[in-house]
Design a protein around this ligand. Structure first.
Ligand code: NDP
Length: 398
């Protein structure tokens, strides 16, 4: 079979020859008891860079020894790109949300042999799920592999934004020592109202990690948590997003992107946010209206916006979020720490082993199967497509 793997570019100065940390801590299982990826074997050293082109998710030896062809590229957006050329006779495509190969209907329909799209990570909104359903292309992702990597990043961003870390760090780098400049926007998080839209694997972990900061915790979700989980963290449940945003000083967004959540934070919802709130979004860029958020930062209605998700990706060089005031954006990195890479590379290997051996893929990993939403996907996703406008990614210039 032919496997097309679309990964981000190698570091500009080449693949690392050594790493800051020698061995990764060993995790036994995820907090809900789900086991970590468990392929029969791996051909990489956990902690190495696997998510870029030369890292190849550690798959080449395994695939070639089993008679398959592996094509790896980062060239994915422009007309005539390598990924589009290779896709036409590909059986399995692997892509990462950090550098998504947008599997639009047109692309899916150009790939007559395509059987499966694997997301090396979590969040398969870069695949036109409706087109995958219509064309009987299965869609799977490595559920839980980087959820806790993201929640750590969110906690970092909450603290960085509220305490105004970026400004203070810049003063030092610029050779300065102006304390008043450094603290004129700096607060303690303690005592604040901190809320999350969605209390799933990431959202609930953010609440759990923020609890020791002595804050008031809030959440909104489609389904209310069991009462004991609410009691454990003294959570206030909000039936509507509007209710949560009107009282929270810090608003975290951790719901998937689907038709219900696309453009959720539009001008109207942003206007209902508590004046001076901080918004953190590591879920998906399209959940927040680009222009409306930039305008709210300009006016001061929102004090700060941070996250790592943009639309499209890579973000065009003139994307308004690159230049808006009081933002703490990173490129899409929270779920691709070296630690997370080792888990999703192992998860992809597990999925491929199951597929080639004719064994069932874990239900938790399945989004679309046999022409319908299935497994975890039937619970978390809606039919339809969130890939509209992705062609703008071609405007990014390296
Ligand atoms: P989970 O499936 O564990 O949690 C998602 C939660 O969102 C569920 O509790 C779900 O509710 C809830 N939800 C869905 N729709 C709505 C809605 N309209 N309003 C409120 N809540 C809603 O996923 P994770 O926590 O692991 O990941 C969440 C998202 O984070 C991913 O879909 C992905 O987009 C993003 N992500 C980003 C990464 C990054 O690197 N930045 C890496 C990993 C994920 P219910 O199940 O009750 O219906």
């Amino acid at each position: 079979m032919k496997i097309l793997c679309v990964l981000y570019d190698d570091p500009t100065d080449g693949m690392p020859e050594s790493y800051p940390v020698n061995t990764l801590p060993r995790l036994e299982k995820y907090p809900d008891g789900m086991s970590l990826p468990n392929p029969k074997a791996i051909d990489f050293t956990p902690g190495e860079l696997l998510g870029s082109v030369s890292g190849e998710l550690g798959l080449r030896k395994f695939l070639e020894e089993n008679g398959h062809t592996l094509v790896v590229t980062s060239d994915k957006d422009t007309k005539g790109c390598v990924a589009d050329k290779e896709l036409v006779d590909t059986d399995i495509v692997i892509s990462q949300p950090f550098w998504p190969y947008y599997l639009t209907r047109e692309r899916i329909e150009s790939a007559k042999k395509l059987k499966m799209a694997i997301t090396a990570g979590i969040g398969s909104d870069h695949v036109d799920l409706q087109a995958a359903i219509d064309n009987k292309v299965d869609v799977v992702e490595v559920t839980y592999c980087n959820s806790r990597s993201v929640s750590e990043h969110i906690v970092m961003m909450i603290l960085a934004m509220v305490r105004d870390y970026h400004n203070q760090h810049k003063i030092v780098n610029d050779g300065g020592w102006h304390i008043a400049d450094a603290v004129k926007r700096s607060y303690d998080v303690e005592g604040m109202n901190v809320g999350t839209i969605a209390a799933g694997r990431i959202g609930y972990d953010v609440l759990r990690k923020m609890y020791p900061f002595d804050v008031h915790l809030h959440y909104n979700d489609r389904h209310r948590l069991p009462i004991e989980k609410e009691k454990e963290l003294n959570l206030t449940y909000h039936e509507t997003v509007e209710s949560l945003v009107s009282v929270c000083d810090v608003i975290n967004i951790s719901c998937p992107l689907h038709s219900e959540t696309e453009n959720l934070f539009d001008e109207e919802l942003i206007s209902k946010c508590k004046k001076g709130a901080y918004v953190i979004n590591t879920a998906r860029g399209k959940i927040v209206n680009r222009e409306a958020m930039a305008a709210a930062l300009e006016s001061g209605h929102i004090s700060g916006y941070a996250g790592d998700v943009w639309f499209p990706q890579p973000a065009p060089n003139d994307h308004i979020w690159r230049k808006m005031p009081n933002h703490g954006m990173t490129p899409h990195t929270s779920g691709t720490s070296l630690s997370a890479q080792s888990r999703y590379a192992a998860g992809v290997r597990e999925i491929l082993e199951c597929f080639f051996d004719g064994n069932p893929i874990r239900n938790e990993y399945i989004i679309v199967q046999n022409g319908d939403l299935a497994g975890m996907g039937a619970h978390s996703y809606s039919k339809g497509s969130a890939t509209g406008g992705s062609e703008e990614a071609a405007n990014f210039k390296k």
